[in-house]
Design a protein around this ligand. Structure first.
Ligand SMILES: [Zn+2]
Length: 62
């Protein structure tokens, strides 16, 4: 569960970015490893938080 950094409410997770085929996070020095970030939205105040899913984090840790 993600908590909103602004108002402390529970955020709705698993939103995905669409359009353009971009929006990829690819860190320097890790070759072709890249992931699509997700977003969590606070339905109380509208805050949007971008994060990387647990499965994709594993790619970066290797
Ligand atoms: Zn909020």
């Amino acid at each position: 569960m993600r908590k909103c950094i602004r108002c402390g409410a529970e955020m709705k997770e698993d939103f995905t970015f669409t359009g353009g085929g971009g929006n990829v996070i690819r860190p320097k020095g890790l070759g072709l490893k890249a992931v699509y970030p997700k977003a969590a939205v606070c339905l109380h105040c509208g805050e949007v938080s971008i994060y990387i899913g647990e499965d994709d984090l594993e790619k970066f840790r290797k």
